[in-house]
Ligand binder design. Structure first.
Ligand SMILES: [Zn+2]
Length: 184
Protein backbone atom coordinates (compact mmCIF):
# COMPACT_ATOMS: atom_id res chain seq x y z
CA UNK A 1 0.00 0.00 0.00
CA UNK A 2 2.68 2.42 1.05
CA UNK A 3 4.74 1.54 -2.01
CA UNK A 4 1.82 2.15 -4.36
CA UNK A 5 1.13 5.56 -2.84
CA UNK A 6 4.77 6.51 -3.13
CA UNK A 7 5.09 5.58 -6.79
CA UNK A 8 1.98 7.51 -7.71
CA UNK A 9 3.33 10.63 -6.01
CA UNK A 10 6.68 10.15 -7.74
CA UNK A 11 4.94 9.98 -11.09
CA UNK A 12 3.20 13.30 -10.52
CA UNK A 13 6.39 15.05 -9.46
CA UNK A 14 8.40 13.91 -12.47
CA UNK A 15 5.76 14.77 -15.06
CA UNK A 16 5.73 18.36 -16.21
CA UNK A 17 2.44 20.11 -16.91
CA UNK A 18 2.95 19.66 -20.66
CA UNK A 19 3.54 15.95 -20.28
CA UNK A 20 0.35 15.52 -18.28
CA UNK A 21 -1.61 17.41 -20.93
CA UNK A 22 -0.23 15.33 -23.77
CA UNK A 23 -0.87 12.15 -21.80
CA UNK A 24 -4.60 12.82 -21.68
CA UNK A 25 -4.76 14.24 -25.20
CA UNK A 26 -5.28 11.57 -27.82
CA UNK A 27 -2.80 11.34 -30.64
CA UNK A 28 -3.71 13.19 -33.84
CA UNK A 29 -3.44 9.92 -35.79
CA UNK A 30 -6.01 8.42 -33.44
CA UNK A 31 -8.35 11.36 -34.07
CA UNK A 32 -8.03 10.83 -37.85
CA UNK A 33 -9.03 7.19 -37.34
CA UNK A 34 -12.12 8.29 -35.41
CA UNK A 35 -13.05 10.71 -38.16
CA UNK A 36 -12.82 7.88 -40.70
CA UNK A 37 -15.96 6.54 -39.02
CA UNK A 38 -17.95 9.73 -39.60
CA UNK A 39 -20.10 9.12 -42.67
CA UNK A 40 -20.89 11.74 -45.28
CA UNK A 41 -24.54 12.70 -44.66
CA UNK A 42 -25.44 12.45 -48.35
CA UNK A 43 -23.50 9.31 -49.25
CA UNK A 44 -23.14 7.33 -46.01
CA UNK A 45 -20.92 4.62 -47.54
CA UNK A 46 -18.02 7.07 -47.61
CA UNK A 47 -16.59 9.00 -44.69
CA UNK A 48 -15.81 12.69 -44.44
CA UNK A 49 -12.12 11.67 -44.50
CA UNK A 50 -12.63 9.50 -47.62
CA UNK A 51 -14.14 12.46 -49.43
CA UNK A 52 -11.26 14.75 -48.47
CA UNK A 53 -13.59 17.08 -46.58
CA UNK A 54 -11.44 16.96 -43.42
CA UNK A 55 -8.29 18.87 -44.31
CA UNK A 56 -6.47 19.10 -41.01
CA UNK A 57 -6.63 18.07 -37.38
CA UNK A 58 -4.47 19.73 -34.77
CA UNK A 59 -4.32 20.83 -31.18
CA UNK A 60 -4.37 24.55 -30.49
CA UNK A 61 -3.74 24.83 -26.75
CA UNK A 62 -6.63 22.89 -25.18
CA UNK A 63 -8.80 22.96 -28.31
CA UNK A 64 -8.91 20.24 -30.91
CA UNK A 65 -9.20 22.10 -34.20
CA UNK A 66 -10.67 20.29 -37.18
CA UNK A 67 -10.36 22.10 -40.50
CA UNK A 68 -13.11 21.26 -42.94
CA UNK A 69 -13.58 22.25 -46.58
CA UNK A 70 -17.18 21.90 -47.77
CA UNK A 71 -17.65 19.98 -51.02
CA UNK A 72 -19.09 23.10 -52.59
CA UNK A 73 -20.04 26.45 -51.12
CA UNK A 74 -23.61 26.57 -49.90
CA UNK A 75 -23.78 22.81 -49.61
CA UNK A 76 -26.62 22.16 -47.15
CA UNK A 77 -24.74 19.15 -45.79
CA UNK A 78 -21.91 21.31 -44.45
CA UNK A 79 -23.66 22.16 -41.16
CA UNK A 80 -24.57 18.50 -40.69
CA UNK A 81 -20.97 17.44 -41.31
CA UNK A 82 -19.65 19.88 -38.68
CA UNK A 83 -22.26 18.65 -36.22
CA UNK A 84 -21.47 14.98 -36.90
CA UNK A 85 -17.73 15.55 -36.45
CA UNK A 86 -18.30 17.33 -33.13
CA UNK A 87 -20.62 14.57 -31.96
CA UNK A 88 -18.14 11.82 -32.87
CA UNK A 89 -15.29 13.55 -31.04
CA UNK A 90 -17.41 14.29 -27.98
CA UNK A 91 -18.30 10.62 -27.77
CA UNK A 92 -14.55 9.96 -27.56
CA UNK A 93 -14.28 12.31 -24.62
CA UNK A 94 -12.94 15.41 -26.33
CA UNK A 95 -14.57 18.45 -24.82
CA UNK A 96 -13.15 21.45 -26.58
CA UNK A 97 -13.62 21.19 -30.34
CA UNK A 98 -13.36 23.92 -32.92
CA UNK A 99 -14.52 23.32 -36.48
CA UNK A 100 -12.78 25.65 -38.88
CA UNK A 101 -14.25 26.10 -42.32
CA UNK A 102 -11.63 26.60 -45.01
CA UNK A 103 -12.98 27.68 -48.38
CA UNK A 104 -9.67 28.12 -50.18
CA UNK A 105 -8.32 26.08 -51.85
CA UNK A 106 -11.77 24.94 -52.93
CA UNK A 107 -12.66 21.30 -52.52
CA UNK A 108 -12.17 19.20 -55.60
CA UNK A 109 -13.26 15.68 -56.45
CA UNK A 110 -9.55 14.91 -56.93
CA UNK A 111 -9.35 14.76 -53.11
CA UNK A 112 -11.61 11.70 -53.00
CA UNK A 113 -9.49 8.70 -52.06
CA UNK A 114 -9.15 5.62 -54.28
CA UNK A 115 -10.83 3.50 -51.60
CA UNK A 116 -13.78 5.89 -51.56
CA UNK A 117 -14.13 5.70 -55.36
CA UNK A 118 -14.45 1.91 -55.04
CA UNK A 119 -17.06 2.31 -52.29
CA UNK A 120 -19.04 4.76 -54.44
CA UNK A 121 -19.09 2.26 -57.30
CA UNK A 122 -20.31 -0.52 -55.01
CA UNK A 123 -23.04 1.85 -53.82
CA UNK A 124 -24.14 2.38 -57.44
CA UNK A 125 -22.66 5.83 -57.92
CA UNK A 126 -20.20 6.39 -60.74
CA UNK A 127 -17.17 8.11 -59.17
CA UNK A 128 -16.05 11.43 -60.66
CA UNK A 129 -13.77 11.27 -63.64
CA UNK A 130 -10.39 12.81 -63.12
CA UNK A 131 -9.53 15.59 -65.44
CA UNK A 132 -13.00 16.87 -66.22
CA UNK A 133 -13.56 20.11 -64.42
CA UNK A 134 -17.31 20.64 -64.42
CA UNK A 135 -20.56 19.03 -65.43
CA UNK A 136 -20.55 21.04 -68.66
CA UNK A 137 -17.22 19.60 -69.72
CA UNK A 138 -18.27 16.10 -68.87
CA UNK A 139 -19.41 14.88 -72.26
CA UNK A 140 -16.27 16.09 -73.95
CA UNK A 141 -14.17 14.65 -71.15
CA UNK A 142 -15.42 11.21 -71.99
CA UNK A 143 -16.81 8.12 -70.62
CA UNK A 144 -18.65 7.52 -67.42
CA UNK A 145 -18.61 3.81 -66.70
CA UNK A 146 -21.82 2.20 -65.47
CA UNK A 147 -21.26 1.23 -61.81
CA UNK A 148 -23.47 -1.84 -62.28
CA UNK A 149 -22.00 -3.52 -65.37
CA UNK A 150 -18.97 -1.41 -66.24
CA UNK A 151 -20.26 -0.50 -69.71
CA UNK A 152 -19.12 2.80 -71.18
CA UNK A 153 -22.28 3.05 -73.27
CA UNK A 154 -23.95 5.50 -70.90
CA UNK A 155 -25.87 8.73 -71.23
CA UNK A 156 -26.78 11.68 -69.06
CA UNK A 157 -30.49 11.83 -68.25
CA UNK A 158 -30.44 14.94 -66.12
CA UNK A 159 -27.69 17.25 -64.99
CA UNK A 160 -29.20 17.28 -61.51
CA UNK A 161 -29.57 14.04 -59.61
CA UNK A 162 -30.77 13.29 -56.10
CA UNK A 163 -28.44 15.98 -54.72
CA UNK A 164 -26.86 19.00 -56.46
CA UNK A 165 -23.45 17.30 -56.63
CA UNK A 166 -24.81 14.33 -58.54
CA UNK A 167 -26.20 13.93 -62.05
CA UNK A 168 -28.63 11.27 -63.21
CA UNK A 169 -27.26 8.87 -65.78
CA UNK A 170 -28.48 5.72 -67.50
CA UNK A 171 -26.66 2.71 -68.85
CA UNK A 172 -27.66 1.78 -72.41
CA UNK A 173 -26.39 -1.79 -71.93
CA UNK A 174 -27.99 -2.94 -68.68
CA UNK A 175 -30.57 -0.12 -68.79
CA UNK A 176 -30.00 0.66 -65.10
CA UNK A 177 -30.16 4.27 -63.98
CA UNK A 178 -27.33 5.51 -61.76
CA UNK A 179 -25.99 8.63 -60.14
CA UNK A 180 -22.78 10.18 -61.37
CA UNK A 181 -20.77 12.11 -58.80
CA UNK A 182 -20.03 15.30 -60.70
CA UNK A 183 -16.42 16.20 -60.98
CA UNK A 184 -15.40 19.68 -59.93
ZN1 LIG B 1 -24.78 -1.01 -66.97
Amino acid sequence: MAAARLSRRDLVTVMTATEIRSAIRPDIKEVWRWLEDVPDPEIPVVSVVDLGIVRDVDWEAADLVVTVTPTYSGCPATAVISFDIEEALRRRGIEKIKIKSQLSPAWTTAWITEAAREKLKQYGIAPPLDGSTCAGALKAAGDVACPHCGSLDTEEVSRFGSTPCKASWRCKDCLEPFDYFKSF
